[in-house]
Write a protein that binds this ligand. Structure first.
Ligand code: ARG
Length: 573
C-alpha cells in the first residue's frame, strides 16, 4: 500500500512542477494540529528563497494548479504561504479500511529488502543479567520487529560474552576451590563465583595472572578447560533464555564471542597481508587514529602479549563471520554508550581491513544507563546491582496486587495478566523515550493508569475488547466503515491511517519511541471518540456498525503497534 502522505505529495508535486518549480518542494506532511488542518505542504517557503518570490505568491500559484480529485476535499493557501490540505471523508475511511485489510497493515514494503544484523541483549556467561541488559534486549527486540515490518530481513544475534577474561576468572577460581573435583555447576554457583573471582583478581595479582593464563589456554583449546567451559555456557544460556523469554525477547542466533574464534587466524592473515598489524609492547595492534580525531583513539589490540584474543578481536572476527554467513547491508549494535570507543576501534579496523564492502553500514546505537528516580544508576535497596529476574518479579507482584480484587477472574488468569501488565509497564516506560537518553526507572510512573504508559495502552485495548464482547452475536469482522459521523472519529481515523508512515519513520530513524508515541496518540483519540459517542446504545444501525468496525480496526492497529514493541495485550484489567 502507498502511504497517505505520498499519495498527497504526488498530487502537490505535480502542481509545483507544472508551475516550473522543483519537485522536492511538493512534500506533504501531516499537521501536528489536526484541529486546525489535516495535512500541510510548506514548500512555498523554500521556494521563495530559490525563485525570489514571496511564499504567498508561490503557494497561490501552486494551489490553483492542484487537481481536485476524489481524494481531496480542499487545498487552500494560508498566509504567509502554507498550503493546507483536507482529504475527503469517503477517501479517509476507505483508506483506513484498506489499511486494516492489508496484509502489512498499510506499511509499504521496501523494494530493496536489505539484510540487517542486530547485535543486542549481549549477556555474559556466568554473570547474572542485570538492568543494563534490559535496555539492550528490549530496544533490540523492538528494532528487529520494526525492520521486519518494512519487509526487510532482520537477523538477531545475542553475541554472548563467553570468551574473555571473565571465563578465565571463573575457571581459575573453580580450580583453586575444588582442584580436580568440581561440584555440579549451577546458575547460583556461577552467579556467586564470578563477582567473587573478579573482586579477588583486583586485590591479588598472582590470581589475576593465573586467570589470564587460563583464558589463553581455553582459547587455544585446552581439553579440560573447554569441557568445564562448555558446561558453564550451557547452564548460562538456559537461564538467560528463560529470563529474556519473560520479556518476549528472542534471537535467531545464540552465537558467542567464541564462535568467531575460528575466523581469527584468517583475520590475522588479512591484517598481515595488508600490513596493518604492528607490534606494540609485546602485543599485536592496528593503528586506527585519524588526523581529524578530537580525542585520542588508541590502537586496536588484536593479539595480547600473552597470546590471548581480546574483546575487540572477537568483535572484529565476528564481522568477518557475519559477512560470510549473511552478507549484511547493515550491522547494528545495541550497546550502551560506555562502549563508544570500543566500537570506534572495531569499525575502523574492519574498514581498514576491508572485511565488509564500503556500502555496509556499521552502527553503534548507543543507549544511556538505567537510572533510579534520583538520577543515579539503578540499584537494589541495599545498593547492589539489581538483577533482571528480581526486577521482573517485583514489577509483576506489584501489578498482581492491583488485580487482586477482581473476584470474577480465576487465579491463573490473574497471574497471567499481571505478568503481561508488569512487563508492558517496564517495556513501554523504557521505549517511550529515545534510546539514546538515559532511562529513569520509576515504577510508579511506569504503572500509572493515565498518560504515556504501557498500562494505559493495555487498558485501552482491554476496553475495546470489552465493547466488542458485548456484541458477541454480531460478526464484527464483516462490518465496514461507512461514514464519518463525528470529529473525534475523523481524528482517530487520521491517526490510524498514518500508522504506515510512523513505521517507516521509526525504521529510518531506528526509533521505537515513535511507535510508542503513535500507539498513545491512537489510544487517546479512541478514548475521545468513545466518550463522545454511545456506541452500544446507538439506534442508527448504519452508524453503529461503522463504529463497531472502527473499534475493531483500532484494536487491531493498536495491537500491531504493541506487537512490534514485543508487548503482549490483555483482555481485562
Ligand atoms: N557482553 C558485552 C558486555 O556485557 C556486550 C557485548 C556487546 N556487543 C558486542 N558485539 N560487543 O559488556
Amino acid at each position: 500500500m502507498k502511504l497517505l502522505t505520498n499519495l498527497l505529495s504526488t498530487i502537490v508535486t505535480s502542481a509545483f512542477t507544472e508551475c516550473g518549480y522543483d519537485a522536492v518542494l511538493g512534500q506533504v506532511a501531516v499537521s501536528d494540529r489536526l484541529d486546525l488542518c489535516q495535512f500541510q505542504c510548506n514548500g512555498a517557503f523554500s521556494g521563495a528563497k530559490l525563485y525570489k518570490k514571496t511564499p504567498l505568491a508561490i503557494a497561490n500559484e501552486v494551489v490553483s494548479r492542484i487537481q481536485m480529485n476524489d481524494m481531496l476535499e480542499k487545498a487552500e493557501v494560508v498566509p504567509p504561504g502554507f498550503i493546507n490540505i483536507t482529504i475527503k471523508d469517503e477517501f479517509l475511511f476507505g483508506y483506513v479500511e484498506q489499511v486494516f485489510r492489508d496484509e502489512h497493515k498499510g506499511i509499504p514494503q521496501t523494494e530493496h529488502p536489505e539484510t540487517i544484523v542486530l547485535d543486542y541483549g549481549n549477556p555474559n556467561v556466568a554473570k547474572p543479567l542485570h538492568v543494563g541488559h534490559l535496555r539492550s534486549a528490549i530496544i533490540g527486540e523492538a528494532l528487529k520487529r520494526i525492520i521486519i515490518s518494512t519487509g526487510r530481513t532482520a537477523i538477531g544475534d545475542v553475541h554472548l560474552g563467553d570468551w574473555g577474561l571473565p571465563m578465565g576468572l571463573v575457571l581459575a577460581e573453580l580450580e583453586e576451590r575444588h582442584g580436580d573435583h568440581l561440584p555440579p555447576l549451577t546458575v547460583d554457583l556461577l552467579n556467586e563465583i564470578y563477582p567473587f573471582a573478579s573482586k579477588k583478581s583486583k586485590a591479588d595479582g598472582v590470581f589475576l595472572e593465573k586467570a589470564r593464563k587460563v583464558t589463553a589456554k581455553l582459547q587455544k583449546g585446552d581439553v579440560r578447560y573447554t569441557k568445564i567451559w562448555r558446561e558453564m555456557v550451557d547452564i548460562s544460556i538456559k537461564d538467560i533464555r528463560e529470563t529474556f523469554g519473560r520479556l518476549n525477547v528472542s534471537f535467531d542466533h545464540w552465537y558467542g564471542e567464541s564462535d568467531s574464534s575460528k575466523y581469527v587466524p584468517e583475520l590475522i592473515k588479512i591484517l598481515t597481508d595488508k600490513n596493518l598489524l604492528v607490534q606494540s609492547e609485546g602485543a599485536e595492534v592496528v593503528n586506527v587514529a585519524m588526523e581529524c580525531d578530537k580525542a585520542v583513539i588508541p590502537p586496536t589490540i588484536i593479539v595480547k602479549s600473552n597470546g590471548s584474543e581480546g574483546y575487540a578481536t572477537t568483535d572484529i572476527a565476528t564481522i568477518l563471520q557475519r559477512q560470510r554467513d549473511f552478507k549484511p547491508d547493515k550491522i547494528l549494535y545495541v550497546v550502551d554508550f560506555r562502549q563508544n570507543l570500543h566500537f570506534t576501534q572495531v569499525f575502523r579496523t574492519a574498514r581498514k581491513a576491508e572485511l565488509i564492502p564500503d556500502s555496509t553500514e556499521l552502527a553503534h546505537l548507543c543507549f544511556g544507563t538505567v537510572n533510579g528516580r534520583d538520577g543515579k544508576p539503578f540499584k537494589t535497596r541495599d545498593g547492589g546491582v539489581m538483577q533482571l529476574s528480581e526486577l521482573l518479579d517485583t514489577v509483576i507482584s506489584c501489578s498482581y496486587d492491583k488485580l487482586r480484587f477482581h473476584e470474577e477472574i480465576g487465579e491463573a488468569d490473574k497471574k497471567e495478566t499481571a505478568k503481561k501488565i508488569g512487563i508492558a509497564a517496564i517495556k513501554f516506560g523504557d521505549l517511550i523515550n529515545h534510546y539514546s537518553k538515559d532511562c529513569i526507572f520509576d515504577m510508579e510512573k511506569f504503572m500509572a493508569a493515565e498518560g504515556k504508559t504501557g498500562v494505559y495502552l493495555l487498558y485501552m485495548v482491554a476496553r475495546i475488547h470489552s465493547i466488542l464482547k458485548k456484541v458477541e452475536d454480531i460478526d464484527v469482522t464483516s462490518l465496514h466503515l461507512n461514514g464519518i459521523y463525528s470529529n473525534t472519529e475523523r481524528e482517530l481515523m487520521i491517526k490510524l491511517a498514518l500508522s504506515g508512515y510512523v513505521f517507516i519513520n521509526a525504521y529510518n530513524e531506528n526509533a521505537p519511541n515513535m511507535i510508542c508515541e503513535s500507539a498513545y496518540q491512537i489510544a487517546v483519540a479512541f478514548s475521545r471518540f468513545y466518550h463522545e459517542n454511545h456506541i452500544l446504545s446507538e439506534k442508527d444501525e448504519q452508524k453503529k456498525s461503522s463504529w463497531l468496525a472502527l473499534c475493531l480496526i483500532t484494536k487491531d492497529i493498536l495491537r500491531m503497534h504493541l506487537d512490534t514493541l514485543a508487548i503482549d495485550t490483555v483482555e481485562f484489567m
